[in-house]
Design a protein around this ligand. Structure first.
Ligand code: FMN
Length: 338
């Protein structure tokens, strides 16, 4: 049988498919189902900084500071009871998930500032999380805040979480940084054992009749994988830690692309919501078939083979792809007529 095991954050994983943070894993039956289908690790849904601040009187100060920072969006934030799990329920669920399966369970903490909520990293570690994924979604809406300020805030947060726990911490990053290679290096220096590329944004839409701004949610398509492949291919070989890819992974071909770019794992969520949890088993079967047909003995052999440092011509990863795509585009007659 072909070896598809991978290493991620110091953990030996049975395969490359990790279930990224999704409410599907809020059910222990689903967690078991994910393991049976071949998921090699599971990231639970996030505990949100805002939720933890709401829950803890001691963190009132943090909440007030948060409210001051984003006064215009306060009505968008959920009330305490709207979050799927309270902190205590989350820890209990984490314990039960760890008992229910052999694959590593990772906790997810989701926040942007370095408030007292960071102490919850210790709680999830004690509850059995084998690693922590830190989702650091933050938006720059204040013109007084520079890119350097935002990156420093992120680094301070990562440093304090990494200092608080012994388990590995991976940082789920936004794509909107000016120099991702530089930032990734600094995250590593701050203690991160890996980066997860990329956080998927859910931009609000406009209701032009009600003159309201509304949250939207849609599942991904494989085209969203491309920026992840691009940045993974650029980073591969320049980091000591691992790269997890999340966003647009739907098929065995997508998993192979993720590993060939240099990723250690390919994470899935939308495909599982669309096709069901058994989709993991189908993708793994397709993956094995593809590798066997081409006489690979392990998936690891393919890792990074299409990374920027492995290809003879790096221009597709630099301006070359952009220039070639735009300059060689020819309009079809129907489009030209329009
Ligand atoms: C319904 C739903 C809930 C999600 N909840 C979280 C969450 O709590 N924390 C988080 O970091 N990501 C969350 N995500 C993002 C996913 O973990 C994943 O990064 C994203 O969906 C991209 O992967 P995909 O293309 O396979 O869907 C959620 C995604 C979906 C669809």
């Amino acid at each position: 049988m072909i070896d598809i095991s991978m290493q991620y954050l110091g953990m030996n994983l049975s395969g490359p498919i990790v279930v990224a943070s999704t409410p599907l894993s809020d059910s222990i039956d689903n967690v078991r189902h994910m393991e049976d289908a071949g998921a090699s690790a599971i990231v639970l849904t996030s505990l949100f900084e805002e939720q933890l601040a709401l829950e803890s009187r001691a963190l009132d100060e943090d909440l007030e500071r948060g409210a001051d920072s984003y006064p215009e969006v306060q009505h968008f934030l959920p009330e305490q009871n709207d979050y799927r799990m309270s902190h205590d329920v989350y820890l209990e669920h984490l314990r039960r998930a760890c008992e229910a399966v052999k694959v590593p369970i990772m906790a997810s903490l989701n926040g942007a500032s370095t408030g007292g909520w960071v102490r919850y990293a210790k709680d999830v570690e004690q509850a059995g999380a084998k690693a922590i994924e830190l989702n650091t979604f933050a938006l720059a809406t204040d013109r007084g805040q520079s890119s350097a300020d935002i990156e420093q805030q992120l680094l301070t947060l990562v440093d304090s979480v990494c200092r608080a726990v012994k388990v590995p911490v991976a940082v789920k990053l936004s794509q909107s940084y000016t120099s991702i290679p530089h930032l990734a290096g600094q995250l590593e220096a701050a203690g991160a054992r890996g980066v997860v590329l990329f956080n998927r944004f859910y931009q609000p839409d406009f209701d032009i009749e009600a003159l309201e701004v509304r949250p939207t949610m849609h599942f991904s398509t494989p085209s969203e994988l491309l920026p992840r492949l691009h940045w993974t291919a650029i980073l591969y070989g320049h980091l000591k830690g691992d790269i997890g890819i999340t966003g647009g992974v739907h098929s065995a071909e997508d998993v192979l692309k993720a590993i060939m770019a240099g990723g250690s794992v390919a994470m899935m969520v939308s495909a599982l919501h669309i096709h069901g949890i058994d989709h993991i088993a189908r993708v793994l079967a397709d993956l094995r078939y593809w590798l066997e047909k081409r006489e690979y003995t392990s998936l690891m052999e393919t890792r990074g083979c299409l990374s920027r440092r492995s290809v003879p011509d790096t221009s597709p990863y630099d301006r070359g792809n952009y220039i070639k795509t735009l300059s060689s585009y020819s309009m079809r007659p129907t489009v030209a007529a329009f």
